[in-house]
Write a protein that binds this ligand. Structure first.
Ligand code: TYD
Ligand code: MG
Length: 453
């Protein structure tokens, strides 16, 4: 290995090293950040001085698949989003706006986690007293939980070696710093270096790591985004207009990314919403107003009933526009074009407004038929009969295509008191009450009685 000079100049922002002083760091572009340091360590780069683990190989057949077994967090909604519990030797990034409840969720989860091992909660942001106050509020004694209030990596690593935790929470990554990665805490380089070190530790010690990351209001996640490739699972915590909080995986090496967890924040922390349909359906007595349809959609594997609301008004500008933030605008435009073509219903001279009650974002294709019915109802002023749930994908040719898990959708609708289910043909035994093959048939099934009345 090359022998280093006694002195090097190190950028205090990104940790880049140079043999001579420079005004501007060639790596991160910051000015006047070089400081003189002694280069006692052999090798170069920031990983110099880290313990080298001998690399070996194994026959694939000899590897025990259970090596990375799961620990239940004791919170079903959380486990489901994680893909069935907290995977050992994995790193999980939890992102969300400040105040959404990341610290609360993780404190609740580590307190109820089904393990006898110890938990290390690294709180670099809040004092021990503040964490204790939160624990009191949540009714958590926390005998198994060790708390350390520092963001300095070297201290955290020493504590991890002493405590040997099975779960580590680093709250938050933005406050972690290491002497090895430059002098200014909070830089991207600090965050990456410290996260990498913690991830390596849990992989070697059969533990699991939660990295908490703040994401700012306008969705700027440039910092935490750079960590996404380093971790196994990325979960975002988001809030709707109401007080519902959604936990959504955007990357999961050990599970699906379709599942969402739904929580509400109360006086004693986060609680699971058992029957989310109750939150998203507007309780209505008697007839529905025009423009409203109830869609039986899937959120992950779970059927969910939501109210789709549509409004059409004559265009104000030169072109018609779609205003929809809960359903993809391109999908709304496509469904509107399909209606216009196959039912000769003029929509291109209208501005289209679409909303989902309760503010949940729906991405599942099974929402399309309900969306089409809501748009039709809004444009014609004919209300959809009450207690009808709708599911189906709509093709450009106007056909209603089959959707997954139709039986589950029918069952959930029936449980919630819907007496008619309108949907596509299915191969399962539970067929919808009204089977429709195309959009024309669907509109006829919904509105023909209406017209006669
Ligand atoms: P917190 O977990 O600190 O959010 P984050 O770590 O994402 O920044 O929780 C934030 C909010 O939740 C805070 O405004 C207080 C509120 N809260 C409750 O309403 N009930 C509770 O039991 C707790 C612990 C917090
Ligand atoms: Mg917090």
């Amino acid at each position: 290995m090359k022998k280093q000079k006694a002195l090097v100049y190190k950028c205090s922002t990104c940790g880049h090293e140079e043999a001579k002083w420079l005004g501007r760091c060639p790596d991160c572009g910051e000015w006047n950040t070089f400081v003189e340091t002694s280069a006692a360590v052999q090798g170069s780069g920031q990983l110099a001085g880290r313990q080298q683990v001998p690399v070996t190989w194994l026959p694939l057949s000899s590897i025990d698949a259970d090596a990375g077994s799961r620990i239940s967090s004791g919170i079903d909604e959380f486990d489901r989003v994680l893909g069935g519990g907290i995977m050992k030797r994995s790193a999980i990034l939890i992102g969300g706006e400040p105040g959404i409840g990341k610290s609360t969720l993780l404190l609740q989860a580590v307190a109820s986690a089904e393990t006898n091992g110890r938990v290390l909660y690294v709180s670099a942001e809040e004092s021990a007293g503040q964490v204790r106050m939160r624990a009191d509020r949540l009714g958590i004694k926390g005998e198994r939980i060790e708390l350390c209030c520092t963001g300095r990596l070297e201290d955290i690593e020493a504590i991890m070696d002493a405590v040997k935790p099975v779960i580590i929470v680093a709250d938050s990554v933005q406050t972690l710093h290491s002497d090895e990665a430059g002098l200014t805490p909070g830089t991207l380089n600090q965050m990456k270096y410290c996260s990498y070190s913690l991830i390596s530790w849990v992989k070697e010690h059969d533990a699991a790591l939660f990295l908490v990351a703040h994401v700012t209001k306008d969705g700027v996640i440039s910092g935490p985004k750079t960590l996404e490739h380093m971790v196994d699972t990325v979960i975002y915590f988001e809030q709707n207009d109401g007080d519902c909080r959604f936990l959504r995986a955007t990357k999961n090496r050990f599970g699906s990314v379709d599942e969402i967890g739904i929580f509400t924040m109360g006086e004693q922390g986060l609680s699971v919403v058992e029957d989310p349909s109750l939150l998203f359906l507007v309780r209505r007595e008697g007839e529905l107003p025009p423009g409203v349809a109830t869609a039986a959609v899937l959120e992950g594997t779970r059927p969910l009933l939501v109210e789709i609301q549509a409004l059409t008004v004559p265009v104000k500008g030169a072109m018609s526009r779609v205003f929809s933030d809960r359903l993809d605008s391109a999908r709304v435009a496509r469904v509107a074009a399909t209606l216009e073509k196959h039912l000769s219903l003029r929509l291109s001279d209208q501005d289209l407004y679409v909303n989902v009650a309760g503010g949940i974002r729906i991405t599942e294709v099974g929402v399309e038929l309900a969306l089409a019915c809501a748009l039709y109802s809004a444009r014609t002023g004919l209300p959809i009969p009450a207690r009808v749930a709708i599911a189906g994908e709509l093709s450009l040719t106007g056909e209603v295509r089959p959707v997954q898990r139709i039986a589950g959708r029918i069952k959930t609708s029936a449980n919630l008191g819907f007496d008619t289910f309108l949907g596509p043909q299915s191969e399962s035994l539970d067929a919808p009450d009204k089977v429709v093959g195309d959009i024309k048939a669907a509109i006829k099934a919904l509105f023909s009685d209406e017209k006669r009345a």
